[in-house]
Ligand binder design. Structure first.
Ligand code: CA
Length: 237
């Protein structure tokens, strides 16, 4: 097995509003973290993942423009559902997805879920958070360490289904044989530091054990949010 997906409601929340999906054969991987009260977050993240599935079902070759269309379709579908159903008003979701191409992983990303690449013992965050604290860090107003404990660390500046900015970051990241890719919601990264993640990925021998260990660390640290992660080892590169 070269891919694994774990999701957990955590220790505080009643519902799991995260959604995730992967198809190893197609090389498509996606994590969405929904927001909005009374199950609406779950609806939003579910719609986003459905859009990814539809994209994967109807295209054979990874393409940035197809991914952009899929993200836009997800955004429109969430808005339409919210309009139909007032209980869903204001719902939104993050979406971080990647699609295996020949030499690159193609990535579309909105919000504060993350995609990391672990190569040669080093963990690199490939996506950039669309969050208030990320902006404050970039403006050198707070440090990365302060961002982790900032009271407004949950505020995201871009999401699907909400008014305002929803355009995805679109990028291509090079792939090599043996790379380990991690997609996760902030329920992992809010609880477990990059150093701890890197240490775990170096230590564990199986993908499944590494994923279980990361999940356990997030829960042991308090599990304040839903935790979702996908790990995939690139055997081709
Ligand atoms: Ca979350």
């Amino acid at each position: 097995m070269t891919a694994t997906l774990k999701t957990d409601v955590g220790k505080v929340r009643r519902q799991n509003e995260d959604a995730a999906w992967l198809d190893e054969k197609l090389g498509v991987f996606a994590v969405a973290d929904g927001m909005g009260g009374h199950l609406a977050g779950e609806v939003a993240s579910g719609i986003a993942i459905d859009a990814v599935k539809r994209m994967a079902a109807s295209h054979d070759i990874a393409s940035i423009s197809v991914m952009r269309d899929a993200v836009n379709a997800a955004h429109q579908a969430i808005l339409a559902r919210a309009k139909e159903n007032p209980a869903c008003a204001g719902m939104g979701t993050t979406l971080s997805m990647m699609w295996r191409g020949g030499h690159y992983m193609y990535i579309a990303h909105v919000g504060d879920s993350r995609i990391y690449r672990f190569r040669g013992g080093a963990l690199e965050q490939i996506t950039q958070d669309h969050s208030l604290v990320e902006e404050l860090v970039r403006a050198r107003i707070i440090t990365r360490e302060e961002a982790r404990r900032h009271p407004r660390r949950n505020i995201i500046t871009r999401a699907l289904g909400t008014q305002g900015d929803n355009a995805p970051d679109l990028l291509a990241a090079d792939r090599q044989k043996g790379d380990l890719w991690l997609l996760c919601s902030d329920g992992l990264t809010g609880m477990v530091s990059d150093e701890e993640i890197a240490c775990t990925l170096s230590r564990e021998t199986s993908l499944d054990a590494a994923a279980d260990s990361l999940l356990a660390q997030a829960l042991n640290a308090g599990g304040r949010d839903n935790v979702t992660l996908i790990l995939w080892r690139d055997e081709e590169g």
